[in-house]
Design a protein around this ligand. Structure first.
Ligand code: BG6
Length: 505
């Protein structure tokens, strides 16, 4: 029951979902074990789940509830962010159920539907359920059909709300993304579909909106009059691990640029939303995504790379072609850099350099806004040799924070000016550690808040950026780079030709 004295807009009280169930398909997979189950525990531990809450696992295993609970406990214990409290787990564990079966198995889905409706009497959960599809996209059609056939996707029949959570990849290109969007929107209603881009669940990513729209300081200079260029970097020190089967068919552009980096670009370049809600924010993001231009000369303005064997953090690591299950002749990229534009009044002429790669020297995701140099410097030229562009750097991870770089006089008898940094670090400014992206996003699904979820139009607009590049790259061989280096030399040359350099992240 809602509290009549409580203003739904008041965010000071925690948002707690109504009694509900979370149904996870693919519960034995990596994502469920490493992220979803620990996030559910952390939410429970923070008191953010309703007293009547159930987790239903579905997978092809000959298991009972106890076996699943065992897996879930281990997953939660090793992945939880917050302290382990046995009493929190016992309460959660009392409502953990497992339904065995394959996706083609009608009887198993009937059993799942029955288990869900039994929750009404057993646990006082009135039909509310979110279905998390943590499964390969090829399995989506059959699972969605089963949810439709059994009536589980039907709000009216269930007597509560029914929502579906779809993990990336959202298709392989525009055509397949549209098919996928139609498929989910048909099985559920469009407003009940939650597409996860876990970057939007990160505190530092949400902070881009706070930084830009809660302050007056940055807006006047946030345009082509003052901004020289924008760099968005997502570097990972890890390789592809055991994901060759997936990764080799997609490559970096489809894996992380189409989604995470396009969303970062949209947040940094969008206009102010008319309200802080899902519709208004999505409207503005979509406008920017639609305004992105890809270079006409793709080979001059993009670079694809593939890592060779090398050293990362003092350890010798294999090259991409030596990774388990990667085809010998693979031309899949593990690094990509591109120069994009945003064709609107605010950004015309400002290059957006976007790069992402595996096996880089270290893990770092950041956005750097580089400002134009002062039009005139009334100093002796030798005094300002060490003065670069003013820069605002949003550090998404790790070392979360924001850094402002500007020139300052070096103490002494001359007027020497050089770059210094003003630094905001989450660890110093706030006492609480930030929640994991999945904690935030799962909670938002359960309370029905879509602000941090891209809609189908955004997904399709992002494919419109990637598709022409993929077409141009088809059949080309990526440039080699040694593991532990910042990508191929060609990526440095791409910026050098325009008198710029990648920021040393
Ligand atoms: C995923 C990609 O979406 O994001 C992975 O599929 C990548 O390849 C991961 O490693 C990175 O996420 P994070 O949160 O560690 O930056």
């Amino acid at each position: 029951m809602t509290n009549p004295l409580r203003d739904p807009q008041d965010r000071r009280l925690p948002r707690i979902p109504e009694p509900c169930a979370l149904v996870i398909f693919g519960v034995t997979g990596d994502l469920a074990r490493k992220k979803l189950i620990p996030a559910v525990y952390d939410l429970a531990n923070r008191g953010l789940l309703p007293p009547s809450f159930a987790v239903l696992g579905f997978a092809r295993r000959d298991w009972g509830d106890g076996d699943f609970e065992d897996l879930a406990r281990k997953a939660a214990q090793s992945g939880a962010r917050t302290a382990w409290r046995e009493e929190v787990w016992s309460r959660l564990a009392g409502n953990i159920k497992f339904v065995p079966g394959s996706f083609e198995d009608d009887a198993a889905f009937d059993h799942l539907a029955q288990t869900l409706s039994d929750l009404h009497d057993e646990s006082g959960i009135p039909g509310n359920a979110a279905f998390y599809l943590s499964i390969p996209p090829s399995a989506f059609p059959v699972v969605l059909k089963q949810l439709e056939r059994t009536g589980m996707s039907d709000n009216a029949k269930s007597g509560g709300w029914r929502r579906v959570v779809v993990e990336k990849p959202f298709g392989y290109n525009l055509t397949t993304a549209r098919q996928l969007n139609d498929l989910v929107d048909d099985a559920f209603t469009a407003q009940d579909v939650f597409r996860i881009d876990h970057y939007l669940g990160k505190e530092t990513v949400q902070n881009i909106l706070a930084l830009r729209f809660a302050n007056n300081l940055f807006e006047p200079v946030w345009n082509s009059n003052y901004v020289d260029s924008v760099q968005i970097t997502m570097a990972e020190d890890v390789g592809i691990g055991t994901r060759a089967g997936f990764y080799d068919t997609v490559g970096t552009a489809r894996d992380v640029v189409q989604n995470h980096l396009m969303q970062l670009l949209a947040l940094v370049a969008m206009e102010e939303p008319t309200a802080f809600d899902a519709t208004a924010i999505r409207t503005e993001k979509l406008k920017v995504l639609n305004a992105i231009t890809v270079p006409t000369d793709v080979f001059t303005n993009t670079v694809r790379g593939q890592y060779l064997t090398g050293w990362v953090a003092g350890e010798r690591v294999p090259g991409y072609l030596e990774e388990k299950d990667v085809p010998e002749e693979s031309k899949t990229e593990t690094y990509v850099a591109m120069r994009l534009g945003v064709q609107n009044r605010r950004w015309a002429g400002v290059p957006f350099y976007v790069r992402a790669g595996k096996r880089m020297p270290r893990r770092v995701t950041e956005l750097a806004i580089s400002f134009k140099k002062a039009p005139h410097l009334p100093f002796h030229q030798t005094d300002v040799e060490m003065l670069g562009h003013n820069q605002l750097v949003i550090r998404v991870q790790p070392d979360e924070g924001v850094m402002l770089k500007f020139g300052s006089k070096v103490p002494g008898t001359t007027m020497e000016v050089r770059d210094i940094a003003m630094d905001f670090q989450y660890g110093e400014a706030f006492t609480d550690a930030s929640p994991e992206a999945y904690e935030r996003l799962i909670l938002d699904v359960l309370v029905g808040d879509k602000t941090l979820f891209p809609d189908s139009a955004e997904v399709e607009a992002s494919w419109n950026v990637i598709d022409p590049l993929e077409e141009a790259w088809a059949g080309s061989t990526p440039e080699p780079y040694r593991a532990g280096e910042w990508g191929p030399r060609a990526a440095d040359e791409m910026l050098a030709r325009e008198g710029r350099a990648w920021r040393r992240a």
